[in-house]
Design a protein around this ligand. Structure first.
Ligand code: LLP
Length: 386
């Protein structure tokens, strides 16, 4: 089955562009609110890094989610979209002074801190501005995730977080700092995780950590488990809403929260991944000696995931229901890695046919570049096109 697209409108719109099915986005957000809402103290933030299109952010903000930011730019994008500052968390290994000052000035909910030098800088800048910054420590739980090596983050070898063995020392140091307040713990083990067992492993690790901290009489108000829930790239139509029920159930069942603790999530891909498609046109169909190439007008500058991670995105010729042919679908960029898919079956392609590259709502538009002096792709929501 192909996705339902306003094909006649697409024909009149300059390609390439991102198209966001806002009905699906709203349905996804309703499901998140319904499933997370079953548990007291579950707070869901949206990871802005997945897609910061202002219209998308606005819809997510209206659904009541908080914002997980990793730069000053993302903090500003969230505030502009209407996210209240007391629902903004700020993470990242390399926050610069300007970004920290912005977070302090806007009174954000929490800084997720990744090192002692960073804590010291936050303490100093908070003192200068007469504030007390709430901080959570990002702990590296040394839990692997069954996902692409480039997007696993919770192993000891990764650059992220503070080692478990340093945790109590760092918390003790915070207690001597006047302008930071310890709120809780932050974790994130990776992205595109489909095996709930990985999240169970994280829960088990957090349970161990909590017992350890209790022995030191350390009070943890908040636990943030990051994001990571994956989507079904193979079947964007059949499984368009990820399994949030199992995801939240897993945490409710395996994580032993203490009385009064809140549990925070930072979901990116699972919120926006399936609602977005990259829409592109066939420029040429080229018969190579060994292969047939469909050369489209979108390239790795518009969607870098296949070139960067060999990521699979389902590709459909939405103009045609013809006989099937086998093609390599490639872009116009002067790089051999500018390939969206190799040897895939597609309805026969002709010049000007419209192609949808599916499940591109997350880490698509936001990772676009202007390499080869290309324009950045425009992102349209359904309402813009109809
Ligand atoms: N929280 C933290 C601390 C993160 O580093 C990330 C993603 C998230 C939350 C959101 O994770 P999600 O729910 O989206 O899995 N560009 C890559 C993905 C990089 C993910 C980086 N961190 C891709 O295209 O697959």
């Amino acid at each position: 089955m192909k996705g339902v697209f306003p094909i006649e409108k697409f024909k009149k719109t300059d390609t390439p562009f991102y198209y966001y099915d806002t009905d699906l986005l709203r349905e996804t957000l309703n499901t998140i609110n319904k499933e997370a809402g079953k548990y007291e103290n579950f707070c869901v933030h949206y990871a802005i890094k997945a897609n910061a299109n202002p219209k998308i952010l606005n819809i997510i903000c209206q659904a009541g989610l908080g914002a997980d930011c990793v730069s000053g730019g993302e903090i500003l994008a969230s505030l502009n979209a209407g996210f209240p500052s007391n629902k903004i968390v700020f993470a990242g290994v390399g926050k610069n002074d300007k970004e920290i000052k912005l977070g302090l000035e806007k009174n954000i909910f929490c800084f997720n801190v990744e090192s002692i030098p960073e804590l010291e800088v936050i303490n100093c800048l908070a003192e200068n501005s007469g504030k007390v910054a709430s901080v959570a420590l990002r702990i590296n739980p040394d839990v692997g995730a069954h996902t692409h090596a480039n997007i696993t983050t919770g192993l000891a070898e990764n650059k992220f977080g503070i080692a478990m063995s340093d945790m109590e020392n760092v918390i003790a140091r915070i207690s001597h700092m006047k302008n930071v307040r310890f709120m809780g713990l932050h974790f994130h083990i990776g992205s595109q995780i489909l095996d709930m067992g990985d999240f169970v492993a994280l829960c088990n690790r957090i349970n161990e950590i909590q017992v350890k901290l209790e022995a030191h009489h350390i009070n943890v108000e908040m636990i943030n488990v990051g994001g990571g829930l994956g989507i079904d790239y193979q079947h964007p139509n059949r499984v368009s809403i990820p399994d949030f029920k199992s995801y939240f159930e897993t945490y409710a069942k395996h994580l032993k929260l203490r009385k009064g603790q809140s549990l925070h999530f930072e979901l990116g891909r699972s919120v926006v991944g399936q609602c977005g498609s990259l829409i592109t046109k066939v420029l040429y169909v080229k018969e190579g000696t060994a292969k047939k190439f469909v050369i489209v007008d979108a390239g790795m500058t518009d969607l870098i995931r296949p070139a960067l991670y060999h990521a699979y995105h389902k590709i459909e010729n939405i103009s045609n229901d013809g006989c099937i042919n086998t093609y390599d679908v490639v872009g116009p960029i002067c790089e051999s890695s500018d390939v969206f898919a190799k040897s895939i079956d597609l309805d026969e392609c002709h010049r000007n046919d419209i192609i949808a590259i599916r499940s591109a709502g997350a880490y698509g538009e936001i990772m676009a570049s202007q390499y080869n002096c290309r324009s950045l792709p425009i992102g349209y929501i359904k309402e813009d096109i109809l």
